[in-house]
Design a protein around this ligand. Structure first.
Ligand SMILES: [Zn+2]
Length: 172
């Protein structure tokens, strides 16, 4: 699914957030931890800014490069601030975008593939870097819980959705 579905509603979700929920500081610490631990072979060749972005229905994260190439912007779905989403969901979301960075998408590094998800290169790279287990947990949680979580997070009325729509991350 390439279209971005965004919620227009404010809903009740922000009121459910607590001081324990994740913030941009958490994201920055996670980015640094992942980079130092699993992506230390990848040169950090520009300024990388990461923050929680929109509450997309069909997208968890995205990565873009400024026109000058001086700054990479990573946005993570703001619904993942909630601790009701297990740690491995925002963690793998950030790692997924770092794989794109390493492959030259949303970064000044040489582009390694014609398309960012060509032949499952993101999943392969995550597994080779030692993040395969968390990636499996992430995929399982998304398949089983995402639309229910999204519904609860964006509506004051509990809804259970069984829409046959796959969740995937940014194409670039
Ligand atoms: Zn992607």
């Amino acid at each position: 699914m390439s279209a971005i579905a965004e919620t227009e509603r404010v809903g009740s979700f922000p009121h459910n957030l607590t001081k324990d929920d994740r913030d941009n500081e958490w994201l920055n610490a996670k980015l640094d931890f992942l980079w130092n631990t699993y992506f230390s072979d990848v040169a950090r060749v520009n300024h990388v800014k990461i923050e929680f972005g929109k509450r997309w229905k069909g997208r968890l994260g995205m990565i873009t490069l400024s026109a000058s190439g001086s700054t990479t912007y990573i946005a993570v779905n703001s619904l993942l601030r909630s601790r009701q989403a297990p740690y491995f969901v925002p963690t793998i979301t950030v790692a997924h975008e770092l794989v794109h960075y390493a492959h030259g998408f949303g970064s000044p590094l040489p582009r390694r593939y014609a398309h960012p998800h060509q032949g499952g290169v993101v999943a392969k790279d995550l597994a080779e870097r030692g993040l395969g287990n968390e990636h499996r947990l992430y995929r399982k949680w998304l398949a089983e819980h995402w639309y229910d979580f999204y519904g609860r997070a964006t509506s004051p009325i509990r809804r259970v959705s069984s829409l046959p729509v796959s969740v995937q991350q940014s194409r670039g």
